[in-house]
Design a protein around this ligand. Structure first.
Ligand code: AMP
Length: 548
């Protein structure tokens, strides 16, 4: 029997029209570095999104599912593009501003981007690449910055404000198929070429509802979210779309991502929610420890993208800021888990739940797979690779404009689940604790050592700013951990002391005997520890390793 319910497509267009009417007074505030930030209401942003669509269609001839790329910071124009491009039926492609030039060129070519909307401040990055971006026919420049690098460029150059000025503020949005492509993001590509994930209107709609749910980010019209996570990193973890659904105000940092301006915008604008990777919160913590600021408006902060050290969580608790741990991937839109402890617990009882990666929402099914392909029990002990499936989880990668998709065996199971490459355990209540990336696990004498566990334990030492642990070859055990440590200024701890400190929480046989102090942990383009760089430094003999 078929249902008797209406079948209304779940589209970004509906998110846009809902946000700009029902939540028309909510605001997008963009930091400008000037005494006053730029403020636009959702209604204004929606009208400008319509003007942008007219410009793209009438002036630039964007049609069908052509790709419109953005090389933009987190700001109002970027949100306008987020809403406008998919709603007109085209595909939004946010570009990672920190990708190495060669990868950026590869990604633009692979996606066949026709248009790039770029911030003026990022022209020094884009300008020199243009001769190698043959698919790009138009460049639209928004905001301040020296335009001279564009002199003689092959694509036509437009000024964002001039381009949209005077155009109609409503648009006759087409009725789209909800399964159609709306946006695409490439993985940050720690191995091989980046892989393109194409989000559908439906996946974005359903994911946005999940983001808003109380047990996820719990966004409300009464709140303001500080969107630090870049819009090119998995659609800013879905925040802009979710915000247009729930009406939460957005505070956008633009290019001011350093600890000092972040601290200033938090103190002045008093956001109640924020989202970013641990590196950002580590940097901010160091800043406010040296120069105290009031961050306490941020009742909840979503932290993910890399494991959150429990010591960081504890430090922010003292500032009145609650870090809520989440796990996800470009392939999972990204919300995969969120850590929200069960009801009725004291703060102390909540702690073991808070430091896990969290629980799976209804839209994400999970299973753990052992080395022989067997499915492991959820007993919080059996460690295996996490596989997931659901309506906002990728089923394949973009294979290029011939319409092919890629389903590599190491990424997708035969029965269609996504192989995450993350290793961990799951409790009987569904709380996930990750212990490693599959490729980072330290296999010592047939047993696995968790690099996350060693790093978290090290980062709880008062003298340690950051620590990354990698596997290095060992004649006797196959592999052993190498601890690379960044010490805080004025630190006195030596390796023996650090090892003894680790020994308080970590089993003796897992303690590293190889140690080195490094000036900073190398980071990927999205701010995660880049262990492949450390592995290479070790292999090339560049690290001064002490053996205890
Ligand atoms: P990306 O696609 O760049 O967002 O990277 C996704 C990967 O980041 C995941 O597969 C994990 O390895 C890692 N990751 C994300 N969130 C967490 C977390 N909370 N704890 C540990 N690793 C994480």
């Amino acid at each position: 029997m078929l249902s008797t319910m209406q079948d209304v497509p779940l589209t970004v267009t509906r998110i846009l029209t809902h946000g700009m009417t029902i939540h028309g007074k909510s605001q997008v505030t963009t930091w400008t570095g000037e005494p006053e930030p730029q403020r636009r209401t959702f209604a204004e942003v929606g009208r400008r999104a319509a003007q942008l669509a007219h410009a793209l269609r009438d002036e630039l001839g964007v049609d069908g599912d052509q790709r419109v790329a953005t090389l933009l910071w987190n700001n109002s124009e970027h949100i306008e593009a987020y809403l406008s491009v998919p709603s007109m039926g085209a595909v939004l492609h946010p570009l990672n501003v920190r990708l190495p030039a060669e990868q950026l060129i590869w990604v633009v070519g692979h996606a066949d981007d026709k248009v790039v909307i770029v911030n003026g401040s990022l022209l020094p990055l884009l300008g020199p690449l243009l001769p190698r971006l043959p698919s790009v026919e138009h460049v639209i420049v928004a905001g301040p910055g020296d335009r001279s690098v564009l002199a003689g460029a092959a694509p036509r150059v437009h000024e964002y404000e001039e381009l949209i000025a005077g155009r109609p503020t409503t648009y006759d949005w087409p009725e789209l198929d909800e399964r159609q492509a709306a946006a695409m993001c490439y993985t940050s590509g720690t191995t091989g070429d980046p892989k393109g994930v194409i989000y559908s209107h439906r996946s974005i709609y359903l994911h946005s509802m999940q983001v808003n749910m109380a047990e996820s980010m719990g966004l409300s019209v009464k709140d303001t979210t500080l969107v630090v996570v870049p819009q090119f990193h998995v659609n800013a973890w879905g925040l802009p779309h979710a915000a247009f659904m729930s009406g939460i105000n957005m505070l956008m940092p633009d290019r001011f991502l350093q600890p000092v301006p972040l601290a200033e915008m938090i103190e002045r604008e008093r956001p109640t929610h924020a989202a970013a990777v641990p590196t950002i919160w580590q940097g901010l913590l160091a800043e406010v420890t040296a120069n105290p600021r009031d961050l306490s408006s941020m009742a909840r902060v979503t932290i993910g993208g890399a494991a959150c050290p429990p010591a960081l969580m504890a430090a922010y608790d003292k500032l009145g800021v609650r870090l809520c741990h989440a796990w996800g991937m470009t392939e999972t839109s990204p919300v995969g888990t969120m850590s929200s402890p069960p009801a009725g617990l004291t703060a102390e009882e909540e702690w073991p739940y808070r430091i896990t990666q969290g629980r799976f929402p209804a839209g994400v099914e999970a299973r753990l797979v052992g080395p022989g392909g067997e499915h492991l029990p959820w007993d919080n002990r059996s460690a295996g690779e996490l596989e997931v499936r659901g309506p906002w989880i990728a089923a394949a990668y973009y294979g290029g404009s011939d319409g092919e998709v890629l389903r590599p065996d190491d990424k997708f199971s035969e029965d269609g689940w996504l192989k995450t490459g993350d290793v961990g355990v799951i409790s009987d209540e569904g709380f996930l604790t990750l212990t490693d990336r599959a490729k980072d696990v330290i296999k010592s004498g047939g047993e696995w050592i968790s690099s996350f566990e060693l790093e978290n334990a090290l980062m709880a030492h008062p003298d340690v700013a950051e620590a990354a642990v990698i596997a290095v070859p060992d004649d006797k055990w196959g592999e052993r951990p190498l601890a690379t440590v960044v010490l805080k200024e004025g630190a006195t701890a030596d390796y023996q002391a650090l090892r003894a400190f680790l020994g308080r929480t970590v089993a003796e046989w897992q303690l590293p005997e190889r140690w080195t102090v490094i000036p900073a942990v190398p980071k990927t383009s999205v701010g995660k520890f880049d262990k492949k760089v450390i592995r290479k430094q070790y292999a090339d003999g560049e690290l001064d390793v002490t053996r205890l």
